[in-house]
Write a protein of this length. Structure first.
Length: 324
């Protein structure tokens, strides 16, 4: 299923046509936006909170409605200060059509939990209030919910897809903490998932192995830019090249830029290093002191910084990549 893209060389200029090999895909940025808003409406999805529990129900039941087989993977992990933390990863399997039944699955992931502290707030009194997490959490999940909705409507090219919504990504040591801390305090859900994947051992069914993975994190800002992240290039360069090439063909080179991002400790790091699945991080990176946008880990990470247009561009790229 291919379509040609009409490239317009600017207003009033002579149109130039070019046929590019990008699959025709449907994806609604407005629908993805509604899934982001649906999560944010619960309040901060801090692990252990009612909002977090309600969000697990909401995401799990919605994915089931889209035909996914959903499993909540639970476990206990130690957080930065040594306290034990319950983790609940949402794993949703979308099974392939018969033509693709013997293929390895594509792993699509994002984190759905929210940071319990706004430790980048200038106003000290707001630092202990959890962040709304519209971009940092809900945006990537919102795109994947819409991917699942669209995927079930595909009449062909249904490759096996595993959507994993990680918990406890954002429990890393708060900036104000001065006590002793454990190493590897971020991405606790991804660490658990990756260890359990390795421990589940072989042989596995083909659809339980992964060709590659894509992680979405902070993908909703109107001005989001996704340079090529260091670990993604180190462990999964082939797939970075593929995704950025698809984005360029779709006309989104302004979003998926040729720049480079410093190494970012995100869920994909553990998927790459523990599970050994090549995994790419699509993440909004800013060449600033923190490396992240101005609202990062503040109360301003709210719906006013979410754009349906950005979600649409990211979603179209993901749909094209999984539909090749
Ligand atoms: Zn965060």
């Amino acid at each position: 299923m291919l379509f040609g893209i009409l490239l317009l060389a600017g207003c009033g200029a002579t149109p130039k046509t070019s046929t590019l090999a990008v699959p025709e895909v449907a994806f609604s940025g407005d629908s993805a936006y509604a899934y982001v808003a649906g999560q944010v409406a619960f309040g901060s999805r801090v692990p252990g909170s009612d909002a977090h529990n309600q969000c697990v129900q909401y995401l799990g039941s919605t994915l089931e409605r889209f035909g996914a087989k959903v499993e909540i993977q639970t476990g206990e992990v130690q957080r930065y200060d040594g306290a034990w933390q319950r983790v609940a990863n949402i794993c949703a399997h979308l099974s392939a059509d018969s033509a693709h039944a013997n293929e390895k699955a594509i792993l699509l992931c994002a984190h759905y939990d929210n940071r319990p502290w706004a430790d980048q707030e200038e106003d000290y009194s707001e630092r202990m209030i959890p962040i709304p997490g519209a971009n940092d959490g809900a945006s990537g999940v919102g795109v994947l919910m819409e991917v699942a909705r669209q995927w079930q409507q595909l009449s062909e090219h249904r490759r096996p897809i595993e959507i994993v919504l990680f918990d406890c990504e954002d429990m890393g040591t708060p900036a104000f903490y001065t006590g002793q801390q454990l190493p590897h305090t971020w991405c606790l859900g991804a660490q658990l998932w990756s260890r359990m994947y390795v421990e589940s051992g072989k042989p596995r069914a083909k659809s339980q192995e992964y060709a590659f993975g894509v992680l979405l994190d902070m993908v909703g800002d109107p001005n989001a830019a996704f340079p090529r992240e260091y670990y993604s290039e180190q462990y999964a360069k082939k797939y970075v090249d593929k995704i950025w090439h698809v984005a360029e063909q779709l006309g989104y080179a302004h979003r998926f830029t040729d720049g480079r991002a410093y190494p970012i400790t995100d869920d994909h790091y553990y998927v790459n290093t523990i599970a050994k699945i090549p995994c790419v991080d699509i993440i909004h990176y800013v060449p600033s002191e923190t490396g992240f946008p101005w609202w990062w880990h503040t109360q301003n990470d709210n719906m006013s910084n979410i754009s349906p247009n950005t979600l649409q561009e990211v979603g179209k790229v993901i749909m094209a990549v999984i539909n090749e």
